[in-house]
Write a protein that binds this ligand. Structure first.
Ligand SMILES: O=P(O)(O)OC[C@H]1O[C@](O)(CO)[C@@H](O)[C@@H]1O
Length: 534
């Protein structure tokens, strides 16, 4: 067979097609061979076993002694107890009733219909809702959505000040429904966003309680606050759903429903994909195929980065969403037996063909440290304008550029996976989320790690908390100092000379914002600077 003929054959031999979803997965441009597939059989068999145990309620997150139940969200009858099943069903019903009451004007903001949603959350409490809004929000949604996903005061101010719907959001606060989303209910960035927005309501002379809704674990600090202050409503985040797999819980479904997105269709798409990815045969299980490809290409050690390139603007945020799902799940220092393994797969990408004019040059010719995942959407949308030669449309270019990149990469020994979907619909988005959730679960099993905890994130959080405690202490010492001090002298007085550099960074930041400290001297030689209180 010629090279072309054998590739065409390989394409067909390995092509996965999901009939109900119209979704194709092509792994033919990954160069694994039959020997590799045979060698992986025991690991794959274990991954299938692990998945069955996980779905039936085993403690799949041993560190936190938690069940991992995001698969039950779209098929509640699989939940291990009737109580959990009822929690899922009741939450979904309540969420739909709440949304309908907002949409039909039964629930109003002081007599006026709600116009906007402001969603405050970070990480898994933001990335899914943002991805889904970008992919699926109708052009004229019943409520327009905005996101605060950081503790950046300038960022928050821009969201409030930018003109949307003819006026800044700040002028529509009275009719803005504010969702505070935090599984733990204690994430500082989210708390700060909430306090900033409460302050905005205060400045506008508006009570906020009847505009605020909490989505959090029952009993969290946020939940208690919502109860004590009589917020408009509260929806539960379940202990057994991780932040990065929470898009199909109230975290993602409430914001989506408020925008008029068909959430039952998203759930159905996920359920259909879950069903397909329970199949125990590699060739007919798209998540197992993905996980196997990731293992093959990175030699089970994440040696190659995953570049995600959807050729469709609506899917722009998919790679960002996957970044957390994959990297927070798989980026682990130790395996389940305690061995040092430094696992992970780096994920990046935006969209094609746009990225072809940015970094595809390096992909094609530079360091071969990646594999690409191309996503093709068959239906073009738009209005079918002919742009060239009486027959070529913009969508033909998009398709041609995807194929061209796939081919050019392969010709230069760069591997790729291609997912093809008919359109970007609720069902397909649900299915894509479920596909990657399961692929991550399988891969974690193949490399023997806990995909459901994130111990590494805690170190940065603790260090930040220490810095803010130090800031409070040093401000009080500086206020009482009475004379300009060298930074080292101030650090000594605070009793933290070993943290002199941290103290300098805090002072520089406070000085830049006119918050009290004044630094005099040569900024290029920090040790010579004298600091006083203004
Ligand atoms: O929903 P929460 O508890 O505010 O957490 C937000 C995010 O923070 C993390 O815990 C990481 O710090 C993520 O896993 C999570 O999605």
């Amino acid at each position: 067979m010629t090279g072309t003929a054998s590739l065409w054959q390989r394409y067909q031999d390995w092509l996965y097609y999901h009939e109900g979803l119209g979704l194709y997965l092509d792994v033919s441009r990954m160069r694994f061979d039959d020997a590799f597939v045979a060698q992986m059989q025991p690991k794959l068999a274990k991954a299938f076993e692990d998945m069955t145990a996980l779905e039936s309620g085993a403690i799949a997150n041993p560190d936190e002694q938690r069940m991992v139940g995001h698969y039950w969200l779209r098929q509640p009858d699989l939940a291990p107890t009737p109580e959990l099943r009822d929690d899922i069903i009741n939450t979904l019903d309540r969420l739909e009733t709440f949304t309908a009451a907002i949409h039909n004007g039964q629930l109003t903001a002081n007599g006026q219909p709600f116009t906007d949603v402001l969603s405050i959350g970070i990480g898994g409490s933001a990335l899914g809702p943002q991805f889904v809004a970008e992919a699926l929000a109708p052009n004229q949604p019943p409520l327009a959505i905005h996101f605060v996903d950081n503790t950046d005061p300038d960022g928050i101010d821009r969201i409030l000040s930018k003109s949307t719907s003819g006026s800044p959001l700040r002028d529509r606060l009275a009719t803005t429904l504010v969702l505070i989303i935090s599984k733990s209910g204690g994430t500082p960035e989210t708390r700060n966003g909430m306090v900033e927005i409460q302050a905005e309501f205060g400045q506008a002379g508006l009570p906020y309680h009847r505009n605020f809704v909490a989505i959090t674990c029952e009993g969290s600090a946020l939940d208690q606050r919502a109860i004590a202050e009589g917020w408009l409503d509260r929806f539960p985040m379940f202990d057994w759903v991780g932040g990065r797999t929470s898009e199909l819980s109230a975290v993602g479904l409430l914001p989506a429903a408020l925008q008029g997105i068909q959430i039952r269709e998203m759930l159905l798409g996920a359920q259909m994909m879950d069903q397909a990815t329970r199949d125990r045969s590699l060739k007919t299980n798209p998540a197992a195929l993905l996980a196997l490809c990731w293992y093959y290409v990175g030699r089970g050690k994440g040696e190659k980065d995953m570049v995600v390139l959807p050729y469709k603007d609506r899917l722009l945020l998919f790679s960002r969403y996957l970044q957390q799902l994959v990297m927070e799940s798989l980026g682990k220092e130790r395996d389940l037996d305690g061995n040092l393994v430094y696992q992970g797969i780096a994920v990046y990408g935006n969209k094609g063909s746009t990225d072809q004019h940015a970094y595809v040059q390096q992909l094609r010719e530079g360091v071969p440290n990646f594999f690409a995942t191309l996503i093709e959407v068959l239906e073009d949308g738009g209005s079918g304008v002919v742009v060239e030669d009486g027959a070529i449309e913009s969508g033909d270019y998009l398709s041609g550029l995807l194929q061209g990149t796939r081919q050019a990469l392969y010709d230069n020994d760069r591997e790729s996976i291609t997912i093809t979907v008919p359109r970007v619909s609720e069902r397909i988005v649900g299915a894509l989320i479920a596909l990657y959730e399961r692929a991550v679960s399988f891969y974690a099993s193949l490399v023997n790690i806990n995909a459901y905890h994130q111990p590494g994130v805690e170190a940065g959080k603790k260090a930040a908390a220490n810095i803010l405690t130090l800031q409070k202490r040093l401000v009080s010492v500086l206020q009482d100092a009475g004379e300009p001090l060298l930074i080292a002298e101030l650090a000594t007085q605070v009793g933290a000379i070993e943290q002199v550099e941290t103290i300098y960074w805090i002072l520089r930041h406070l000085a830049a914002n006119g918050r009290g400290p004044v630094l005099v001297g040569n900024p290029g030689q920090p040790a010579s600077l004298k600091v006083s209180w203004k």
